[in-house]
Design a protein around this ligand. Structure first.
Ligand code: ASP
Length: 347
């Protein structure tokens, strides 16, 4: 007899893990040891489901690179014991965690599916049950004995998205996440329909290599009309700063004022890596398109192409964390490591 497909659910915290106390009506964190009693529907899936939880669970606005490492540890330590992993996470920083995990879990060949919900799992109109059940089905899905989605993904309201392509777009709607620059890997309707040709597959099966070193000497600098030299100057002179995600306008445009361009050039000369990503939710940086972008390229700013801010900042932390030189970081920022960006020649 085939052993049952096994899935490990890791509850980190967030809205999904709340239930209403039947006596007081108050929302309380859920005890995941009793998951199967509280969500009896899971028994009907026929999988062997185990659970672990962060103690204490954290609201995802408290997420840190150290907690990403804790998650990586749990996945790495249990990697051979389970067919897939479901990470229950608050929605607020889920896209950052998914991006970070995609870099930290090198050679991943099993599904790691993050999900959460806008309403607690214990509430009548919850979106949590649907998200949880489908995330488990995806984490368990195999074809010819091989996992269907060997990637770090976010599943939310019927859409399975590549984790490092995703951003939170709504604090209200059930469809809280979007992957604008990369199509959904699967849609869950009556059936779960996978887009097999969009799913990342490792060329060679190699043992999982878990990474734990993240360097937080990075910053996001978002441009706005009226930004002052003092603001830019003080950010670019943060002691120890190594990398900047520069959120520019449109296709990667920024003011051409000499004070601004000179400050960026001078920072690049001090070996700070500056990556240009767009503030738009969709589309790509093309610094050769307008003079306003071209000036940045001339100053030594690297194009982040169509990377999300979440993914660009996690990638900088990961690359600097592994001791790469600024030159090597620049080279790696210009390549896609794990499907996080579309290179210009792929358009
Ligand atoms: N503040 C919560 C969190 O991100 C919201 C949620 O779970 O959706 O942890």
């Amino acid at each position: 007899m085939n052993p049952k497909t096994s899935v490990l659910i890791i509850y980190t915290g967030g809205t999904i893990g709340m239930v209403e106390n039947p006596e007081t009506g108050v929302l309380e964190p859920f005890n995941f040891d009793h998951l199967l009693d509280n969500v009896p529907e899971l028994r009907r899936l026929g999988f062997s489901i185990s659970t672990m939880q962060f103690d204490p669970p954290v609201d995802s606005s408290e997420m840190t690179p150290d907690l990403w490492c804790r998650l990586v540890h749990i996945i790495a330590d249990n990697y051979d014991l389970f067919d897939g992993f479901v990470v229950l996470h608050g929605t607020d920083t889920m896209a950052y965690t998914a991006s970070a995990l995609s870099f930290m879990l090198e050679n991943l060949d099993k599904p790691v599916i993050l999900t959460g919900s806008q309403l607690p799992i214990g509430m009548l109109r919850t979106d949590g049950k649907e998200n949880l059940i489908t995330a488990i089905e995806i984490a368990a899905a195999k074809e010819n004995g091989v996992p269907v989605v060997p990637e770090v993904c976010i599943f939310f309201q019927n859409h399975l998205m590549r984790g490092n392509r995703t951003s939170k777009i709504s604090a209200e709607n059930f469809n809280a996440f979007r992957s604008v620059n990369y199509p959904a890997l699967a849609r869950a309707g009556v059936h779960i329909q996978y887009n097999a040709n969009l799913i990342y597959r490792p060329q060679l099966r190699r043992p999982l290599k878990a990474h734990y070193l993240m360097d937080t000497n990075v910053v996001v600098l978002k441009l706005f009309p009226g930004i002052t030299p003092q603001t830019v100057e003080s950010i670019l002179h943060i002691p120890g700063l190594k990398g900047v995600v520069l959120e520019t306008y449109g296709t990667g445009n920024a003011p051409t004022s000499s004070w601004f361009v000179d400050m960026l050039r001078e920072a690049v000369e001090r070996d700070i890596v500056i990556v240009n990503v767009t503030q738009c939710s969709g589309g790509s940086v093309q610094m050769q398109r307008y003079d306003t972008g071209y000036k940045l390229a001339e100053a030594g700013v690297v194009s982040g192409c169509d990377c999300t801010t979440e993914s660009a900042i996690a990638k900088l932390m990961f690359l600097f964390g592994h001791g790469l030189t600024p030159k090597e970081v620049k080279e790696h920022m210009a390549c896609s490591l794990i499907g996080e960006m579309t290179l210009p020649e792929e358009y």
